[in-house]
Each structure stands twice: as C-alpha cells, then as structure tokens.
Design a binder for this molecule. Sequence first.
Ligand code: NAD
Length: 321
Amino acid sequence: MWIVPESEIAGLMTREAAFDAVEQVFAAMARDQAYNFPVVREAIGHEDALYGFKGGFDRAGGSLGLKAGGYWPHNLERRGLINHQSTVFLFDPDTGKPSAMVGGNLLTALRTAAASSVSIRHLARKDAKVIGMVGAGHQATFQLRAALEQRSFEKVIGWNLHPEMLPNLEKVADEAGLPFEAVDLPGLQEADVIITITSSFAASLMADHVSPGTHLACMGTDTVGKQEVEPSLLAKAVIFTDEVAQSVTLGEAQHAIASGLIADSGITQLGAVINGDHAGRSDDHEITLFDGTGVGLQDLAVASTVVDLAIKQGKAIEVPF
Ligand code: NAD
C-alpha cells in the first residue's frame, strides 16, 4: 500500500493533470462506466465538526475508494490547522485490498477548480475575453488560476460580499499579467465567463446581472440550502452538471427545481458534451450554466493520478499492509 502525504501533493500535482483526471471521469460517468456512492455527512457532536464520506467506482479508470473528511470550524484558532480536513483511500478493484492513502486537502481545491475549468473549455464562447468572479475566498483563487488557462482572457473582474478579500483575486490576475477591476453585481454584465464560489445561503447574482452568451460555473452550492444565483437565471440557461442527482438536491439547481422553474430532465451531464453525445453550447447568445456540486469520483480521479506521479518520482511511501 502506498501513502502520499499532504505535504507532497503541491510538488506532484499539476493543474493540467487535475484537469485531465476530472475530464476523463466526467466522461466515464456519462457513459455509465463510473458512479458515485450515496454521500454520508454527519454532524458528529464533537468540536462542532461535520464529517463524512464521498466514494465511488470508476470502472473505466480503475479507481475504487472514498474521500473521508469534513469541516472542523475551530481548527485554525485552536490548533493552527486548516478547518477543512480530508484524506482519500483507494482500493484495488480486483481484490478489495487497500492500495493507497492520499492527503486530500489540496487535491480538493485542485479537483474543484478542474471541474469549472472543464466546463469552461467545453461550454464557454471561444472568444471569451472577460472573466468575472463572485467570491474571493480560499477556493476562488484556485478557480481563477485554472480558468485563466482555458481562454485568452484579457481582464478579470470580481465582486465579493466582503470587499477586503478582493486582493486575493487581484493577486492571481497580477500573476497572469492581467488587469483586475472590482465591480458591483450589475458590473458582471461585462463578463463572458462567470464563476460563483461563495458559501452563501441566498442568491447574490441575479438574472439581469448576466449577459447573453455568458458561461457560468456555479461552484459554491454543494449543500442543501446554499444558493448563489437567482433561480430564474437557471430557467434562462442551458444547464449542465457533474451529476444530475446531486444538482437537483444539493446543487445550485435545487432552488429552481423546488420552485418548478426547471425539471431534472432539462439538466445534462457535462460528460455527455465531453463524449460528443451533446453539442454543448449551440450559439453565441446562449447562457450556459455548469452546476458543479463536487462528486467523490473527482477525488478518486485526482488521487489516483497523484499516486502514479508519486510512485514515478520516488515520493510515495510503501508500507506492507
Ligand atoms: P471561504 O470561506 O474561503 O470563502 C467564502 C466566500 O464566500 C468568501 O468570498 C465570502 O466573502 C463569501 N461569502 C460568505 N458569505 C456570503 C454571503 N452570504 N453572500 C455572498 N458571499 C458570501 O470558502 P471556500 O473554501 O472558498 O469555499 C467556498 C464555497 O465552495 C463553499 O460553499 C464550499 O462548501 C464550496 N465548495 C464547493 C466544492 C464543489 O466541489 N462544488 C468544493 C469545495 C468547496
């Protein structure tokens, strides 16, 4: 059994490798060659922590396993540790024997950024020039860095409820040599691509803040009750997702579904576009929306990739088990 510690991930995993792993597993999901197991998420009544498991089996990629972890809200203040903690466990699909244990914290950010990037690659207009960000926290920087590699963007604009966090976005734009402009929500009409990545429980982005032809990646809503965009925006958009079952229950689509504005039959797996079974964007005026809810198979995909890289580079620890 191999161990790849959290401290090695940054030196091993690249955005490109995460992109390829996530694109492949989305494609496998849409061919019914990979599926996610029901998610377990529990408030454990200790340290106010939320703990759970996301797992699945990718027959095409040969990955079987789960990500275990969650959110410990007092870690930083009490112990100097990050609040999100996760570890991926992989198993040999032929025997059930454990094959690897992999640090999952950085991988979670990379696989989440890869998901919106895959959606941008397949659904945004080719001539997209302005990228708009709603949210400026931990995930937002990963999202922006990965998205900037998908089109020849010329400008980054951003809105955040807490404007003091906007320099996080400006720093990433700077690294890419692009200008950054803080905007109000209507100012996002200038964007050709918008990523929403907040922990909000109410809509910030309204339908009239989004211009025709925009591609949206809604990435923050991963739990029942969270919400980032006005439901009528989903009614105006062509909707794609990682997994329809999650999109309609705990993703951004949950609200438009609950109010009867859309039906789950109108939501397409992004993998179908990757596989060529769905045309994706049909013209330059369509609004496309990717509801990125986050699935266990993404975690397994990037963890498998990083184990291969770690073995090749002599950085994986082998333990008899
Ligand atoms: P963070 O705490 O670092 O940042 C939170 C962001 O949300 C900040 O920009 C903050 O200003 C903004 N925000 C907070 N309350 C708001 C409100 N009421 N209205 C509008 N904005 C508000 O969090 P993070 O680690 O960047 O995670 C952001 C979100 O992404 C979370 O909801 C998290 O659960 C989700 N997430 C999703 C996936 C996925 O696969 N889809 C993966 C990881 C995280």
